[in-house]
Write a new protein. Structure first.
Length: 265
């Protein structure tokens, strides 16, 4: 639906929020220490043997501007994001992500019973599809393989962190950390705001190399939330099931339609 770009950003940010505590080997110790504390908290939720946290409920807003590539051409269309994401995760691998906003609505549900697939529902056109999850995502969201290379170390090696002090956010006092790629040609940055003593993300500011800016602000982060089982049961009554190619085409068409209707700022 009109949420492909939106959903991609949101899902990556959700993964970043639950595995973000990574820092670079050459980053200042203060930034590394804070990010590691955040990682330790969220990795407990994702790890099979984690004992402190069993579930997470979150709500976040996503706002910003950027450009969307037009097929195989060099042309790009301006895009404005103004969306809300609600996500629920219950161990060992039940996930529900609901997206609404100016690029459309969508719901994505993955369960521990179907580790390699997810159901994507598009309420606006009453269609749904069963999609395959990327192997890396399905393994991380369900049962991370302890024999795989350490993802955190990979991030350490490919990133540079800088501690920028503290700043007041809507959620409270937060440590401000600038994350850059160690690749000279990658000029994009992520500024993470990590709440003092809680080690939860309050906000992410994502700047791509072409000047686009997306701000993700967390309004709710509740651990061990009481999430009903119904959140992980796709309700597709009255909807038409389509294949992967059809759902992708529907997403792209509605995304393009939404962008064309946006008024220039």
């Amino acid at each position: 639906m009109r949420v492909l770009k939106n959903f991609t950003v949101v899902f990556l940010v959700f993964i970043l929020a639950t595995a973000c505590a990574r820092s670079a080997n050459n980053s200042p110790e203060k930034a590394k220490e804070i990010m590691e504390k955040s990682f330790q908290k969220y990795s407990d939720l994702l790890e099979k043997d984690g004992k402190n946290y069993k579930s997470l409920a979150l709500k976040a807003t996503i706002k910003g501007k950027g450009e969307f590539p037009m097929g195989d051409t060099e042309n790009k269309m301006p895009i404005t994001l103004d969306s809300v994401v609600e996500a629920y995760y219950v161990k060992p691998g039940n996930m529900n992500i609901e997206i609404s906003g100016n690029l459309g609505n969508a719901k994505i549900i993955a369960t521990n019973k179907e580790k390699d697939t997810a159901t994507i529902i598009l309420p606006g056109i009453k269609q749904f599809a069963t999609i395959s999850l990327p192997k890396q995502l399905s393994q991380q969201a369900q049962e991370p393989n302890p024999n795989e290379p350490d993802r955190m170390e990979k991030f350490f090696q490919s990133s540079i962190l800088e501690y920028l002090g503290t700043e007041k956010t809507k959620s409270g006092k937060a440590h401000k950390i600038l994350i850059k790629s160690s690749e000279p040609n990658d000029k994009g940055t992520i500024t993470a705001y990590i709440l003092d003593r809680k080690w939860d993300p309050a906000r992410f500011d994502i700047n791509n190399s072409e000047g686009g800016l997306i701000a993700i602000e967390f309004e709710r982060l509740e651990f061990n939330a009481n999430v009903p089982d119904s959140k992980f049961v796709p309700d597709t009554a009255g909807f038409t099931k389509v294949n992967n190619q059809q759902i992708t085409a529907a997403i792209m068409m509605q995304l393009m339609s939404s962008m064309m209707q946006q008024k220039p700022q």
